[in-house]
Design a protein around this ligand. Sequence first.
Ligand code: TYM
Length: 333
Amino acid sequence: NQRVLTGITTSGTPHLGNYVGAIKPAIEASRRSDTDAYLFLADYHALIKCEDPEQVARSSKEIAAAWLALGLDPAGSHFYRQSDIPEVAELCWILCCNTAKGLMNRAHAYKAAVQANDASNDDPDFGIKMGLFSYPILMAADILIFNAERVPVGRDQIQHVEMARDIAQRFNHHYEPLFTLPEAVVDDNVAVLQGLDGRKMSKSYNNTIPLFEGEKKLQKSINKIKTNLLEPGEPKDPDDSIVFQIWSAFADNEQRESMRQDFADGIAWGEAKKLLFKRINEELAPARERYQYLMDHPGELEDIMVAGAERVRPQASELLRQVRDAIGLRAYA
Ligand code: TYM
């Protein structure tokens, strides 16, 4: 069976972009009989973006509940919290010791941070953190510790998966070939979903539509989606419309073409948004109840996560045992 692995950083409320780009395709992959799916909550990664313990704890719970409410079967997959597998953190340190700093200098996320901040600032409240700098190495540890072959991600994460591959190659060459070389899988049909303002939908931009807000709030969010101001009679271009892009992510081919026709026929923005709300609501309403139930029963969620960790942790410790031996951390003999 092919081993597929992906994670979501638990630093905010799950949104439509996470659903379309990661949760939905990962759940579909986990249902295929030729696939072993490893799906996890990247809560060590969350610490890079968030130092508020309450928010870290809440977001982890929300994202766990979202996966399960949307149909992930924890018995038919491997579903766990990254921080329940401390072997990941140990492997991250080992990989830090044989990854060139120059490789990390090239990471997009770090380069963007350097553009926006003074990289020599030594104040922990303002300076760039080591966690951000080493973020791709932690992600490599996530992937390599379970010997994942395929890593389904959105476009923004491709570079990180390539770095994981470089790091694995260096280790395999210098020590022993213990790591599988991973490959990023990007679904061309799943574009980067735009947010309310037309930039990528992202927790960092505060432009998201949360997955599980109430019906009224969902409608309100959808009404806030930016639309182009047009002269009376000027045609609406579906390919230049956030409303149409989000519609496409939730529609089948027939629905997509029918909305294209509605645009050509001059549908009003208010009407298009009403249809969009109905479509999204129809898809999410059944999951919303289950989400609320899980959020109200954290003990059940906790049991699922603990069982998931118990299931995968022996694999992680076995690989780490081999890694320790390969690098010379051994019992005296
Ligand atoms: P994160 O939490 O930023 O995003 C999780 C996944 O959702 C995708 N995504 C989107 N897809 C489409 N449209 C959008 N607007 C959108 N926003 C986010 C992302 O591409 C990603 O696939 N570092 C990772 C988490 C991670 C990971 C890993 C992933 C940690 N370790 C190992 C794979 C393998 C991250 O921060 O993703």
